[in-house]
Design a protein around this ligand. Structure first.
Ligand code: 6PG
Length: 249
């Protein structure tokens, strides 16, 4: 879209959607609306997967953004007995450490619903990145392709634990060991880019002005790791939209 007074081109939400190769790109009024919408999407997709294949297999995102969505899932009408939970990534911390992604998901959601304990598949990141990645790849293989991978995006455009410029991001393995991650802790385990891309549905939850810069870079064609997840469903709040995005168009 041209702006006659300056002649500069505003980056539109459509530009961002195109750069992301997004299947859906939804801008929510605020993080609460984003969380509620995604929780409803997960419940609906779970019902579809269970009806079609007798089970629902989801890999969870870590970080803080998904917490509210997980809390809202507690009260959703889902056949929890048929739900299988995996993780998109895990930090190499002791089992039960509050800094682990599985600790957050258990506290916010899984401790409050009747998903059978045997259906919750934590990444054994306490073993160290290499051993954990090898073990998780064996556990995960029969479950592929996953029905949903939930994903966040870091301020540098990483997703799961696939960081810009990190060798793990370029590896083709189903599960990768991550070293020297810029977001502590440095050692992590992540589903590899091919596994994330192969999921039936990829759903991003991105909120807050801290994500504006990364979305702005992606809108300008910089292929940050989050932008390399094809045909994903993006749920962002208005605060995360880059300043130059003319919202609503
Ligand atoms: C992690 C997550 C990571 C997270 C993003 C966004 O281990 O930190 O897996 O990929 O999703 O960094 O984190 P926030 O939601 O806290 O901004």
């Amino acid at each position: 879209m041209q702006t006659p007074d300056t002649g500069t081109r505003n980056t539109s939400a459509q530009d961002l959607r195109d750069a992301l190769d997004a299947k859906e790109f939804v801008v929510h009024r605020d993080a609460e609306m984003l969380a509620a919408t995604v929780a409803q999407r997960i419940a609906a997709l779970a019902a579809q997967a269970i009806a079609a294949r007798g089970a629902f297999r989801i890999a969870l995102a870590g970080g803080n953004t998904p917490r509210r969505c997980y809390e809202l899932l507690r009260d959703m009408a889902v056949d929890w007995q048929r739900v299988h939970v995996y993780y998109g990534d895990e930090r190499c911390l002791p089992r039960g450490d509050p800094g682990r992604n599985d600790s957050m998901a258990q506290q916010a959601w899984l401790d409050h619903v009747a998903v059978p304990a045997d259906n919750v598949h934590a990444i054994p990141a306490e073993l160290g990145a290499e051993a954990a990645a090898a073990e998780y790849a064996k556990l995960l293989e029969p479950a592929l392709p996953l029905d949903i991978v939930l994903l966040g995006m870091g301020e540098d455009g990483h997703t799961a634990s696939l960081f810009p410029g990190n060798p793990a991001t370029e590896q083709g393995d189903a599960v990768v060991a991550v070293f020297d991650a810029p977001k502590p802790p440095p050692q992590r385990v992540s589903l590899g880019m091919p596994t994330l891309n192969a999921a039936r549905e990829k759903i991003f939850l991105v909120a807050g002005e801290g994500k504006r810069e990364a979305l702005g870079k992606i809108a300008r064609g910089i292929a940050l790791p989050a932008a390399r997840i094809a045909r994903a469903e993006w749920h962002v709040d208005g605060a995360a939209l880059p300043g130059e995005i003319v919202s609503g168009d």
